[in-house]
Ligand binder design. Structure first.
Ligand SMILES: Cc1cc2nc3c(=O)[nH]c(=O)nc-3n(C[C@H](O)[C@H](O)[C@H](O)COP(=O)(O)OP(=O)(O)OC[C@H]3O[C@@H](n4cnc5c(N)ncnc54)[C@H](O)[C@@H]3O)c2cc1C
Length: 577
């Protein structure tokens, strides 16, 4: 497998499409970040991805993780590669400078995370959980907690984990049972078991910081009665050094379809010592700081799969000769033409390419909203960032699986066997649709929470922004029509959803798909409008042309499907299933 980080594309998105330097120049904490620094950071991240992380991707999948007596051994080479990631400062990139973070913008972080996910999603999971845990402690921790944990997490000396799921409580966290009891010393004793905990146990770092949801004895029922605790594997001494082993242990690890280099653990808490993070009973809200980070990051995992699959299949299609062009032989001296002469192979490659480019820009745009919210207290940007988080998580991971499958298809039978790595990309991409809240639940979050709650107002505001930024002129009328369609569909869902409680859930996945595709058209149309007059720019325009003519029209079908009443999915009685 080969991987070339899309550096040129990332630079184009930052400097030409969004002109971030002018945005950052108005934000004191970001105004000193020069284009040269940004380009150097992208280049170094790309090198780490392709030269350090990628080489242990296929071997890590083949070897997997091993569990013995509560300890987990990660695949050969993971320790060294993780150390290089940590020593390079990649886990502290967007961290709080007061505690050793580098304070870089999230938008830049999005471009870099994509590279790490593409090169080795199992390995980057250990890093991603650490970044999310440090974000959560920074947002909700006491001064002392920040001092104890942040520097260690930023440096990779310790790693993070998020422990929500129990065997009977996945999506419905309100019914979880893990309990927390007050202790005389101000800590809490945590008892219970969690399942499916990513990076819950491993050998890459000396300590693991489990951010754990549990219920206090006097807690109200449901999701309003959950508190969040820091439960370290080794209890830190007052000077920050490692103290005694805590009562938290791995019971086993899962045997999985993909991401086999990532250890997914059952975690037992045997009156483990926990420290309250944030306020009592407010744990789920605090955990959302980590979950929202992870959701955006998992979306980028989907984008990484799309890009990785595209690069493999484009190269294969250039080299593999099979059949003749419909317009006559293109390589008369050879036994056959390359796969690239076949219109259907081009359809598959262009779909992957269009989604990779559009989703990269969409991820960056979403990161920019979070930057504005964080550094400039911009409430409107915060609202758009919240609206787009479930879209990025679900749409990008759905496209990741679709494009991994397309890549596999370009390889024919060679995509099905292990040798070329295409079946691994499919297996690794699939989890993105399931964890961090299934994509069905993301769609429900989008429609049920974000759209219904404000009567579609934030979507209307986003569409207003979309209409203000020109796309390439020949596509402007199609784009205006797509915006009209999204606005009308949003209004229809809000109106019908007020009378029919089943309606949002019945149409939410199609609506998220429609919104994602309309946003992709916006990104590709804008990129085509500012494309340079060279081969790079011509390819941008050709990719946008393909998307506007072959993919955007699918939103018309989605709009029609969304007009169906919820009755169509609800009327079959339970007994008939
Ligand atoms: C490899 C892996 C790693 C993971 N890592 C972590 C981790 O680090 N930490 C952690 O806490 N968890 C982790 N998880 C758990 C993961 O987040 C859950 O599996 C996921 O949220 C779904 O929960 P569930 O499996 O219980 O499915 P269920 O909640 O039982 O859902 C089953 C189906 O019903 C649908 N559904 C359920 N409720 C609703 C609803 N209200 N409305 C509409 N549809 C609904 C779902 O969309 C899904 O299709 C991991 C899981 C895996 C497989």
């Amino acid at each position: 497998m080969d991987y070339q980080a899309p550096e040129r594309d990332a630079q184009f998105i930052m400097h030409d499409l969004f002109q971030v330097e002018s945005v950052w120049s108005e934000i004191p904490q970001l105004q000193d970040i020069s284009p040269d620094v940004v380009n150097a950071v992208l280049a170094e991240a790309g090198r780490l991805a392709s030269e350090v992380m990628l080489p242990v991707n296929q071997s890590g999948d083949a070897e997997g993780c091993r569990w013995k007596d509560g300890e987990v051994t990660t695949p050969a080479g993971f320790k060294e590669a993780f150390k290089q990631m940590a020593d390079g400062g990649w886990l502290s990139l967007c961290g709080n400078p007061e505690f050793g973070g580098q304070g870089m913008p999230k938008s830049l972080g999005c471009l870099i995370e994509e590279m790490f996910w593409a090169a080795n999603s199992s390995l980057f999971l250990y890093g991603s959980l650490s970044v999310g845990a440090s974000l959560c402690i920074d947002a909700h921790g006491t001064e002392a907690q920040k001092r104890t944990y942040l520097e260690k997490l930023y440096s990779g000396q310790w790693t993070g984990a998020m422990a929500l799921t129990e065997s009977h409580a996945g999506t419905d966290l309100g019914i979880m049972r893990t309990k927390a009891e007050y202790q005389a010393d101000g800590s809490y004793a945590i008892t219970g078991s969690k399942i499916f905990i990513t990076s819950g146990e491993h050998d890459l770092a000396e300590n693991i910081v489990h951010l754990t949801l549990a219920r206090l004895p006097d807690a109200p029922a449901g999701s309003r009665g959950i508190s969040l605790f820091i439960v370290p594997k080794f209890l830190p001494n007052a000077d920050g050094s490692l103290g005694p082993r805590n009562g938290v242990s791995s019971g086993s690890i899962e045997h999985k379809m993909g991401i086999r280099g990532s250890a997914t653990s059952v975690i037992h808490y045997d009156t483990a010592k926990g420290f309250l993070l944030g306020a009592e009973h407010q744990g789920l809200a605090a955990m959302f700081t980590m979950m929202n980070y992870e959701r955006l990051s998992v979306g980028l995992q989907g984008l990484g799969a799309t890009e990785l699959a595209y690069q493999q299949s484009a190269r294969y299609a250039r080299e593999r000769i099979q059949g003749r062009s419909p317009t006559g032989p293109q390589n008369p001296d050879k036994a056959a033409d390359t796969l690239l002469v076949h219109p259907d192979v081009r359809r598959m490659l262009l779909t992957q390419r269009a989604y990779a480019e559009a989703c990269r820009a969409l991820g960056f745009y979403t990161g920019m909203q979070l930057d504005r919210a964080k550094f400039a207290a911009d409430a409107q940007a915060a609202k758009i960032g919240e609206l787009l988080t479930p879209v990025v998580k679900a749409f990008l991971t759905d496209r990741g699986v679709e494009c991994a499958l397309l890549g596999q298809q370009v390889f024919g039978g060679h995509g099905y066997v292990q040798e070329w790595g295409m079946e691994q990309i499919v297996r690794d991409a699939r989890i993105g649709q399931i964890y961090e809240g299934t994509n069905g639940v993301q769609a429900l979050d989008l429609v049920g929470r974000k759209v219904m709650r404000d009567g579609g107002q934030t979507v209307v505001e986003l569409i207003a922004e979309m209409r203000q930024t020109p796309v390439k002129s020949n596509w402007q009328s199609q784009f205006d029509a797509a915006c009209d369609r999204l606005a009308a569909t949003t209004e229809s869902i809000v109106r019908r959803g007020q009378k029919d409680p089943a309606l949002p859930g019945a149409v939410s996945v199609d609506y998220l798909d429609m919104m994602g595709n309309t946003l992709c058209a916006w990104m590709l149309g804008r990129m085509a409008a500012v494309a340079p007059a060279d081969d790079f720019g011509a390819a941008k325009i050709a990719t946008a042309d393909y998307f506007f003519q072959r993919i955007l029209p699918k939103t018309e079908g989605l709009a029609a499907a969304i007009e169906a009443d919820s009755d169509v999915v609800m009327k079959l009685p339970e007994a008939a299933f």
